[in-house]
Design a protein around this ligand. Sequence first.
Ligand code: SF4
Ligand code: SF4
Length: 185
Amino acid sequence: MQVKNPTIKRTKLTFLERLYLPEILKGMAYTFVQMFRPKFTSEYPEVKWKPPGSFRGRPVLVEREDKTGERCVACGLCARACPPMAISLQANETDLPQERYPITFEINMLRCIYCGYCEEVCPEEAIVMSDEYDLNYTSRSEAILDKEKLLVPMERVKARLEFLREYKHAVRKADAQYVGEEAKP
Ligand code: SF4
Ligand code: SF4
């Protein structure tokens, strides 16, 4: 069977288009105009970008407000929710009102995909995605962050916590509205 070659329709170029020069000049004029427009780039790393609260950077453990340790109660939900199984922890009992705490808590940053599931499931606002994006490790072991490296004061993640509270409130409101609509006869 003979296969017909498909016909390609070509647009005919005008004389000016065939010269290319007007198009080159148009491109140069556009570049020239851009030089006077506001810049959206910065001189990284000299100038660091400050991410907004909605940004998901490296996950961190949040310290209690009275600075007596981490807010984490070692429930293990974050480790269960983490898709690449980057979190590992060991629970222990304590005399503090929270009753439990993690004796060890590690996040393998070579596995972390910055999904934020750990933060979403945490009932204590104990694990939060920080605004840190400037990360580098020189060995595999260096990329496994232990409790001491993960722990940060609450003020460091204030913007993120505020964003999360607003976000969770909006989700709950939308859910309630949806349930209300469903219940209508
Ligand atoms: S951000 Fe995602 S991948 Fe990273 S530790 Fe949390 S759940 Fe795991
Ligand atoms: S979900 Fe929160 S409280 Fe539970 S183990 Fe993870 S960080 Fe700790």
